[in-house]
Each structure stands twice: as structure tokens, then as C-alpha cells.
Design a protein around this ligand. Structure first.
Ligand SMILES: [Zn+2]
Length: 122
């Protein structure tokens, strides 16, 4: 069985340049022309192991996580801000509904409970 697999090069910006085993190596990043700072080869000749990974694939995944970890953190921060915003909108909506119905907001404990859960989730 002949070799099957691919190579991935990462530039300084984290762009990925992929090539299969029979192509020539690119000299520079295909997206920005930058220098490569890391390279990985994934050997698919014998398929994935019992855990679902081909040789070299775990290292590639670990490197991607290392690269994108900061982005994930930022996404979580954005999500928290969104929840806080929704929470204050919800509180205002409950107050308005309560006033319109001539109720005290204490009369809608179930909805307030949801607001509290949202707030505590932050
Ligand atoms: Zn690049």
C-alpha cells in the first residue's frame, strides 16, 4: 500500500497551507505570503487508530487548540456580555409587562427566577 497523507504548514498569522503527500512543499503561506513557523504531517496510510486518530493528527489538533485558545476565550467573553445584556432587557420587559398589567413584578416569580438563573450563569 502506498503512502497516503497530508502536510500542513502554519505561518506566523496561524493560516494553514495544506498539501497532499505528492505535491511540492509551498515556500510561503498561501494566504499572506508569510514564513512558516510550524509544520505537521498526518499519515493516513493505515487509517485511524482505535481512538480515531491517524499518526500525527493529535499533534496537529493540539497545535490548533494552542493557536485558537485565545479566540475561544474572547468568544466566551462576548457571550457573557450578551447574556448580561439580555438579562437587563428581560428585567425591563418584565417590569413593563408588570406595570401594564397593574402587577407588582413580585407577582411573576417564575420569570424572575429565569432572570436570576441567567445572571448567576455569568
Ligand atoms: Zn499566512
Amino acid at each position: 500500500m502506498s503512502y497516503e497523507g497530508y502536510y500542513i504548514h502554519f505561518c506566523e498569522e496561524g493560516h494553514e497551507s495544506v498539501r497532499d503527500a505528492y505535491e511540492d512543499d509551498p515556500e510561503h503561506c498561501r494566504q499572506c505570503g508569510g514564513e512558516f513557523v510550524a509544520s505537521f504531517s498526518v499519515d493516513e496510510t493505515n487509517g485511524p487508530d482505535e481512538h480515531g486518530f491517524c499518526p500525527g493528527e493529535r499533534e496537529l489538533i493540539a497545535y490548533r487548540e494552542h493557536l485558537h485558545g485565545a479566540d475561544k476565550k474572547r468568544e466566551l467573553e462576548d457571550l457573557r456580555m450578551e447574556i448580561a445584556l439580555e438579562c437587563s432587557r428581560l428585567k425591563a420587559a418584565i417590569r413593563d409587562i408588570g406595570h401594564a398589567a397593574g402587577l407588582n413584578t413580585e407577582d411573576v416569580p417564575l420569570i424572575l427566577c429565569t432572570v436570576r438563573e441567567l445572571r448567576d450563569a455569568q
